[in-house]
Design a binder for this molecule. Structure first.
Ligand code: FAD
Length: 327
């Protein structure tokens, strides 16, 4: 095996909310990190995409902050001009919901991870598919190419991808860990990014459950993500699960056609995106866990701290804490 390209105190796999939060915490504690992600831009499921000038949030649409830690982080991001309140959710708009602001990234949800990534060493478009533990060193590889080495590693991949990565690595997780992780499954979701010829006209810029197969419509122009009229249509989990192997054009057209009569503007373009791991059906409250079969290896991500953007943040904090305790 040739020498890996770069080293840091801690390798972080995944530049989503969990990985970036962990890396920032570690940086504050004087610990260097090297973050590697297979995507083209940081953010993972906090994703924003531009299509012919229209901008779409097509993963997480907004988030809430309930814990003291995340409320404080959200306030800091609001002060920095990175986050703002989109609308106030209450039981009138969402039955059963307590009154709380729905927060969004200014100019798109991806603005938040981009801000968090600033000043960190983040390498994009690299898929880590094997880990090798060599004495006090951990090496993350893409194929046979060593990418990063460190004395600890934080893994923030969605659990099925995490299981694949661990399965292809030197040290296999114990049966207990495999069973623990194997219990996690996710709801899929389709997102259709629809450009309109005029504003969408949705009251408050969003609409929940308008048709049998559509869970949510978000107006990106109303949110301030897009200057051009543009909505994101999220399918229900049931519809996505039933059509996972169907042709993308088929479900894109189906979801766009269902929503067209509800919108004031006419849909002039629609692009579909499939999320395999939109929402975990099982979550843990451990924050992060140390792998029992390999040294200084911490598993993190939304699933370990109650899901959603807030869970990912809290898990990132817990992962950094776990690594600092190991040092
Ligand atoms: C359609 C949709 C709607 C959502 N709506 C909301 C919402 O309204 N409110 C809310 O709070 N949350 C919402 N969420 C959930 C929220 O986006 C996630 O909980 C959160 O972003 C997860 O962060 P994470 O860091 O744990 O994981 P991720 O964001 O998934 O980050 C993991 C990263 O690991 C990378 N990766 C994976 N495998 C590898 C590999 N082998 N090598 C290198 N990198 C790898 C991925 O590219 C990714 O960037 C939604 C999600 C989706 C998909």
């Amino acid at each position: 095996m040739s020498e890996p390209a770069d080293s840091a105190d801690v390798i972080v796999v995944g530049a989503g909310m969990a990985g970036l939060t962990a890396a920032r915490e570690l940086k504050q504690a004087g610990v260097s990190t090297l973050i590697v992600d297979k995507g083209r831009a940081p953010g993972g499921r906090m994703a924003t995409r531009t299509i012919n000038g229209a901008r779409f949030d097509h993963g997480a649409q907004h988030f809430s902050a309930r814990s003291a830690e995340f409320r404080s982080k959200a306030a800091e991001l609001q002060d920095a001009g990175v986050v703002r309140s989109w609308y106030e959710a209450d039981s009138r708009t969402t039955p059963g919901l307590r009154r709380e602001p729905r927060l969004v990234g200014v100019g798109g949800m991806r603005r938040i991870p981009e801000h968090l990534a600033d000043g960190l060493d983040v390498r994009m478009s690299i898929t880590i598919d094997r880990l090798h533990w060599d004495g006090s060193e951990i090496i993350a590889l893409a194929g046979n190419t060593p990418i990063a080495r460190g004395s600890a590693i934080i893994l923030t991949l969605p659990v099925p991808q995490l299981i694949n990565l661990l399965g292809a690595s030197d040290t296999q997780p114990s049966t207990a860990t495999r069973d623990h992780l194997g219990a996690v499954s996710y709801n899929p979701s389709f997102a259709v990014m629809a450009t309109l010829d005029a504003p969408g006209g949705l009251q408050d810029g969003h609409l929940a459950g308008p048709t049998q197969d559509v869970a949510w419509i978000a107006d990106n122009q109303h949110k301030g993500t897009s200057e051009l009229p543009a909505v994101t249509i999220h399918s229900t989990a049931d519809y996505a699960a039933a059509h996972l192997d169907a042709d993308r054009d088929q479900w894109t057209d189906h979801l766009a056609n269902q929503v067209a009569p509800i919108l004031e503007g006419r849909i002039i373009d629609a692009v579909g995106h499939r999320w395999m791991y939109a929402e975990p059906r099982t979550t843990f409250d451990s924050g992060a866990i140390a792998l029992d079969s390999a040294p200084r290896t911490v598993l993190a991500g939304e699933v370990f701290a109650g899901a959603k953007v807030e869970g990912a943040f809290l898990s990132g904090l817990a992962a950094a804490g776990a690594v600092l305790e190991m040092q």
